[in-house]
Design a protein around this ligand. Structure first.
Ligand SMILES: *Cc1c(COP(=O)(O)O)cnc(C)c1O
Length: 494
């Protein structure tokens, strides 16, 4: 490309090609040999700081080719690789390779998906992506929505729509500071921390949360939910929303969504489902019944960057009546010339959520949906679940392990030596120490969960690279390290 202005930022065609080819070669090698690497190098912040250098902002620039080569080297040798087949921590998936290509393409064209006029094809692709996500989980065509950066933002977006929809006075004009509004929100103890951020950020305060206890299977106690609401109404509170969780972060349990929806209808309360992790499993026919009631939800949050394997970041809010989004987020400043054509209404995504300028995160989600189709996702998701069940069974049959829970693709278990099997305090300390040793070791990355006061090891498989062999090896590693940790700890623990 010829640019009459000489400038230090442009990379000319031939150079871009060379740098790009080299980068693609390096990425391809990385992806193909990711299983040969440790899951993490476990370097401390100060070690990493040394690796990147502590120089000040450079006065002068450097060659792009060198910089890309250096950055490649830095990232490939100092990262935690959540695409590694033995990464099973938290809820972070391996990223679909097509997503990496999609992000490169999206950044190259760089549409601003805030307004249709600025992103004609990207906006239509995002609209189709949202339509497909709704079809994926099986809710009716009235749902619309928006892609956001992740689960927290997806839940926040829905929370704000609920606040607009259910406040007795207009939140837009009156704010929430008036005597009519003493809002309360309801969720189970297993709800993700986003709810606490939401009530702090959006003016309700933490006292507005009613933490509903869970039953033995970790589902919200619907009878207590209803009695709590009744009491609040008698005391002049305004119930705003009930949050049902479809796949809780710790153990993967799905609340009884049908029962919750009945309560919502009865008291005219917004029904939100946080399905950031678990919702894609609704595509598995045998699991359909677990998600019964989703079509009653006023809003649903799901995270393509979890079980749809999109590279970070991609979340999605679906709202049954999308007007609640525009009621909440739309405004028309005079400096926007985003006018509508005569007979077609163009959708401007800035009116549907918190962001104004927006990137093209839809492309990676859209391309994966096309690459795999329904059947491809069904296969991967059900295999992840099978692997999780296999881990549970192996733990259950191993004399040194105790299997604790298995839901969706999350298994919890713990190391339980025979000579201390009855000592909860010891077992908790042992498994916590073991988890730290495993995470530092770099052979496998799992995380933790507390289940009925028991400190457990927790594996969440949203990883298309994990195989049966990995599961067997993970069990061997846990038992081997568990023995070592137990041997040391039992000497000092009193
Ligand atoms: C992961 C998760 C979140 C938060 O999502 P982020 O993408 O990390 O912001 C919220 N709720 C549930 C149930 C989750 O699993």
């Amino acid at each position: 490309m010829k640019n009459p202005r000489t400038n230090p930022i442009e990379i000319d065609g031939e150079e871009f090609r060379q740098i790009g080819y080299q980068l693609i070669d390096d990425i391809s090698n990385f992806m193909n040999q990711i299983d040969k690497k440790p899951v993490t190098y476990n370097r401390s912040p100060s070690e990493i700081q040394k690796v990147i250098g502590t120089t000040s902002l450079p006065d002068n620039g450097s060659e792009a080719s060198e910089l890309i080569a250096q950055a490649t080297e830095l990232l490939l040798n100092n990262s935690l690789f959540n695409g590694h087949p033995k990464f099973m921590g938290y809820i972070t998936s391996s990223a679909a390779p097509i997503g990496a290509l999609a992000d490169l393409l999206a950044a190259s064209v760089n549409p601003n998906v805030g307004a249709h006029i600025l992103s004609p094809i990207a906006t239509e692709i995002e609209k189709q992506t949202i339509k497909w996500l709704r079809e994926f989980i099986g809710v009716p065509s009235d749902y619309g929505g928006i892609l956001v950066s992740g689960g927290n933002m997806a839940n926040f977006t829905a929370f704000l729509a609920a606040r607009t929809a259910k406040a007795p006075l207009s939140v837009k004009e009156c704010g929430i500071q008036n005597s009519e509004n003493q809002f309360t929100v309801y969720c189970s103890k297993a709800t993700h921390t986003w709810i606490e951020k939401a009530v702090v950020l959006f003016g309700l305060g933490t006292n507005s949360i009613r933490w509903i206890p869970t039953d033995v299977s970790n589902k919200m106690e619907t009878s207590i939910l209803e009695s709590t609401i009744k009491e609040d109404i008698e005391n002049n509170f305004t119930p705003l929303m009930i949050v049902g969780t479809a796949g809780d972060v710790s153990t993967g349990v799905v609340d009884n969504l049908n029962e919750i929806s009945v309560v919502c209808k009865k008291y005219d309360i917004w029904f939100h489902i946080d399905g950031a992790y678990g919702m894609p499993a609704a595509i598995i026919p045998e699991l359909k019944h677990v998600f019964e009631g989703i079509e009653e939800a006023d809003s649903i949050a799901l995270d393509p960057h979890k079980w749809l394997y999109s590279p970070l970041e991609a979340g999605c809010t679906l709202v049954k009546n999308p007007c609640h989004l525009t009621d909440t987020f739309s405004s028309h400043p005079e400096y926007y010339n985003f006018s509508k054509s005569e007979d077609e209404v163009a959708q401007n995504f800035y009116e549907y959520g918190l962001q104004n300028s927006r990137g093209f995160r839809a492309l990676k989600v859209w391309l994966s949906l096309k690459q795999l189709g329904r059947s491809g996702y069904r296969k991967l998701i059900s295999e992840d679940i099978q692997l999780s069940k296999m881990l549970y069974d192996l733990a259950d049959n191993n004399p040194e392990l105790e299997a604790i829970s298995q839901n969706l693709s999350i298994t919890t278990f713990r190391y339980k030596p025979k000579d201390r099997a009855e000592n909860l305090e010891y077992l908790n300390k042992l498994n916590e120490t073991l988890l730290n040793a495993l995470q530092a070791g770099g052979e496998v990355f799992i995380s933790n969960a507390i289940v009925n006061q028991q400190y457990c090891l927790r594996a969440c498989i949203v990883n298309f690279r994990t195989s049966e062999k990995d599961i067997e090896e993970v069990v061997d590693i846990v038992v081997r390290e568990g023995k070592k940790v137990h041997c040391e700890l039992s000497k000092t623990f009193t």
